[in-house]
Design a binder for this molecule. Structure first.
Ligand SMILES: Nc1ncnc2c1ncn2[C@@H]1O[C@H](COP(=O)(O)OP(=O)(O)O)[C@@H](O)[C@H]1O
Ligand SMILES: [Mg+2]
Length: 103
């Protein structure tokens, strides 16, 4: 299993944005998170990429606990966050925008 998220809870102050989420993604598989606006998708992904600290639960990546590791260290381990909306650079192609996440 590449990614194993267990019982993950994430707050924005008093707001609980992610509540006890568990996901397992096997090596070589793709996963998509879908949900209504405000359901907590971005918060979940920002937590996986180290941009947000979880309140509770664990994140295992390739067998190693990664909650609390800084985003720049996670990029070197193969996890990066490619943002949407205003963070997309319009002068670059879709491919180039995605590749930025790997730098
Ligand atoms: N920086 C923030 N400060 C306070 N509340 C936030 C913040 N970011 C998101 N939220 C709240 O957390 C919940 C989940 O938001 P978000 O993760 O952006 O959902 P999604 O990406 O699924 O639309 C929403 O109730 C949203 O209002
Ligand atoms: Mg979002």
């Amino acid at each position: 299993m590449s990614l194993n998220v267990s019982n993950l809870t994430v707050h924005h102050g008093a707001i609980c944005a992610v509540s006890r989420v568990s996901i397992a993604v096997p090596t070589g598989k793709l996963a998509a998170i879908i949900g209504a606006n405000g359901a907590g998708k971005t918060t979940l992904l920002r937590t996986l990429s180290g941009l947000k600290t979880p309140t509770n639960g664990s994140i295992m990546w390739k067998g190693e606990k990664i909650a609390g590791i800084k985003p720049e260290a996670l990029v070197r381990r193969g996890i990066s966050h490619v943002s949407e909306g205003k963070s997309v650079i319009p002068e670059l192609t879709v491919r180039e925008n995605l590749e930025l996440g790997a730098i």
